[in-house]
Every structure is written in structure tokens, then in C-alpha cells.
Design a protein around this ligand. Structure first.
Ligand code: CA
Length: 365
């Protein structure tokens, strides 16, 4: 016992003398961070200027980083089309013409099909499962591996929460009702919708209202009550369906060009990482807060009907999703690798949440 204690004291002495008796060395390691060096960076986003919560989140992130670094990392934020087009964000950051970007990984599905798992997939995990997989499972590790060939390092930065199923100008009572329907629904959700006989249409946010109002499309999904209301979709279609089976919790990303990232001193890297995490929390909680209020507004409106998709429609869509994901996995090894990790965690997380979150929810009924 005495020997162990003596050894322990000796170890402390050694470690104290290692950093205490040689002030010149200590000064050297502090000086390794040049606190006078200032970085002026640009961040481009995929969002419209003033886009509530999401573009706001990107701007809040830049403000937080500026404050925490006392101006050493000054990030100027540009909305979609201010510097590069929304869908040009990935390439601009990858090439390093700008240092950072904010968007959602599924926008890059054409280039990186596996990226869709880091956004959301139909009937996939909600925010809590996503974050567990990203931060504590292999999610973020795989994400970084998948983006590495593009010279990018990604960070989770926000989540939409469960989206709404969308606005329809007719009732959906069976899977047959989706046949021939022209709906604005992007990504894997769109592929599943097509398998169900629907006609998925790609369309930017700004065009949706007019297209639906004029009958160019029969239905659209957008985000949730808060953003849908701001777009005026309640004036363009009568039936508002839930849940958003195709986007159960869309994750947003901060992407940083790897060469520029490596130029940052460690303390600024840490500030970026922590600020991205804080922004995630801020964006997701803002979505939940504002959607709760907007839902109350929608419930007052007599001209619209809020309806749940029939259970058998959801069951069929879920089966079609499984086939769609398996086909995509067979076509791309990266997709399969991420799909395997994602679904392994999704399955055990479903077990856990059925007797935690869901059981608790049932106890309130
Ligand atoms: Ca959506």
C-alpha cells in the first residue's frame, strides 16, 4: 500500500516537473496556437435568404463561433444563390473555393447515394435514434469516410423532426389512390412513391405553392406545420396528411473543406465542433416549438382537413421502402455498408424505444 502511494506521489512529481520545471517548453506549446491569426471564412447554404429556423441556425452558428473565438474565426454566411446555387454547395466546398457549407446530405444523392442515410430515409429513425447512431454508433464515422474522397469533413447541424406527409387535393383511402398522382416528393421517398404508381416531381421550395394552386401537381410535401403555413400551402390544397413517412427526421449538415479545416488551430476546431452541436440542439428544438404552435393555428382553419394516412397504406409503403433500399444497396457497395450499419442500430433502437418512449406515450392515453 505504502509502495503504491509512494509510486503515485512520484508519478505526480514527475508529471509536475515535466510541465512545471521547464517554463520555456510550456511557453512553446502555448505559442503553438497563434492567437493573433485571424481566419475570414465563407459559408454557403442551400437555403433561401431569411429561411426561418434553418438559415437562421446557420447564421447563429457563425455568430457563436465569432463570439467564442473572439473574432479569430469570422464566418460570413451566404444563402442559396447569393454566392453559389443551392445545389452547388457540395462542389464549392469540396473544391475549397469556399470553406464551409450548410445543407442536407440527401441533396448529394446523385453523387453520393449513401449520403441519404445521414439525412433521413423513409420509415427510418427519428431524431433521437439518428443522433444515437451518429454520435455513439458508426454513423458519423461512416459519414466522414464517405465524404473523405470529396475532401470534406461533415458535422451534424440540425434536424427537422418528423415531417408532415403533405398536402393533397384528394383523399388517400387506399394505395390505389396514389396511382398517377403528381406529387412533389424528393429523394428515396419519391422512389417509393413511384413504386406505388405515383408520379414524383422535383421542384424547388419557391415553386411549390403556385404549382399546387394551379394544379400542375396534385400533391406536395414540404416540411411541417410551421414552414408549410408560411409557404401558404393551406390555401392551395384541402387535405393535410400525416405522418411524414418519407422524412421521419431530416438531419442537416455542416461541411468543411478538409484543407482549410487542417489550417485551423485545435482550439478553433473545437469551437466549430461544439458550436455545430449547439446549433443542432437549437434548430431541432425551434422546429418542435414552432410546429407545436403552427399546428394549433392549422386546427382552427375550417377549410382544411388533417388526416392520418390509413394504416394499410403505410404498411404497403413500408414494404415498398424495404425493396427500394435493398435494390439501391445491391447497386452500390457504399450504400450497402451504411445501410447495414443504419438498419442494425435501427432494429435494436426500435426495441428500446418501444418500451421507453412509445410505452410512455401510450401511458398518457
Ligand atoms: Ca420534406
Amino acid at each position: 500500500m505504502i509502495i503504491i502511494r509512494t509510486l503515485f506521489i512520484l508519478m505526480i512529481c514527475v508529471s509536475i516537473s515535466a510541465c512545471g520545471d521547464r517554463p520555456d517548453e510550456q511557453a512553446d506549446s502555448t505559442n503553438a496556437i497563434d492567437t493573433n491569426k485571424r481566419f475570414r471564412w465563407k459559408m454557403v447554404t442551400t437555403w433561401p435568404a431569411n429561411f426561418p429556423i434553418i438559415q437562421e441556425g446557420a447564421e447563429k452558428f457563425a455568430d457563436d463561433v465569432r463570439d467564442m473565438s473572439r473574432g479569430r474565426l469570422d464566418i460570413q454566411v451566404f444563402a442559396g444563390n447569393e454566392l453559389v446555387p443551392p445545389l452547388g454547395v457540395f462542389d464549392a466546398v469540396s473544391q475549397g473555393s469556399v470553406e464551409m457549407g450548410h445543407g442536407s446530405p440527401y441533396y448529394w444523392a446523385g453523387k453520393v447515394p449513401a449520403a441519404q442515410f445521414f439525412s433521413t430515409v423513409p420509415f427510418g429513425m427519428t431524431v433521437s435514434g439518428m443522433q444515437a447512431w451518429l454520435y455513439h454508433g458508426d454513423g458519423l464515422k461512416l459519414w466522414r469516410e464517405i465524404y473523405q474522397p470529396f475532401n470534406l469533413i461533415p458535422f451534424p447541424m440540425g434536424n427537422s423532426g418528423v415531417q408532415m406527409g403533405g398536402w393533397f387535393n384528394k383523399k388517400i383511402e387506399s394505395i390505389e389512390d396514389l396511382k398517377g398522382l403528381r406529387m412533389r416528393i424528393p429523394g428515396l421517398g419519391g422512389k417509393v412513391f413511384k413504386r406505388a404508381g405515383g408520379n414524383p416531381v422535383l421542384m424547388a421550395g419557391g415553386e411549390i405553392y403556385t404549382a399546387l394552386e394551379r394544379g400542375t401537381i396534385d400533391a406536395t410535401e414540404w416540411i411541417g406545420p410551421y414552414h408549410d403555413l408560411r409557404l401558404g400551402l393551406n390555401r392551395a390544397a384541402k387535405y393535410y396528411y400525416y405522418p411524414g413517412w418519407h422524412e421521419p427526421g431530416t438531419e442537416f449538415e455542416l461541411i468543411v473543406n478538409m484543407d482549410h479545416w487542417q489550417e485551423l488551430p485545435d482550439d478553433l476546431k473545437k469551437i466549430v465542433e461544439i458550436a455545430a452541436g449547439a446549433t443542432s440542439e437549437w434548430v431541432y428544438s425551434a422546429m418542435e416549438y414552432h410546429n407545436s404552435h403552427a399546428l394549433q393555428e392549422l386546427k382552427q382553419m375550417k377549410n382544411i382537413k388533417m388526416l392520418e394516412f390509413p394504416a394499410d397504406v403505410l404498411t404497403e409503403l413500408r414494404q415498398m421502402t424495404r425493396v427500394t433500399l435493398q435494390q439501391e444497396a445491391a447497386a452500390a457497395p457504399d450504400f450497402k455498408k451504411v445501410y447495414d450499419s443504419y438498419s442494425a442500430f435501427r432494429d435494436i433502437y426500435a426495441d428500446w424505444s418501444s418500451l421507453s418512449t412509445e410505452a410512455y406515450r401510450r401511458s398518457l392515453n
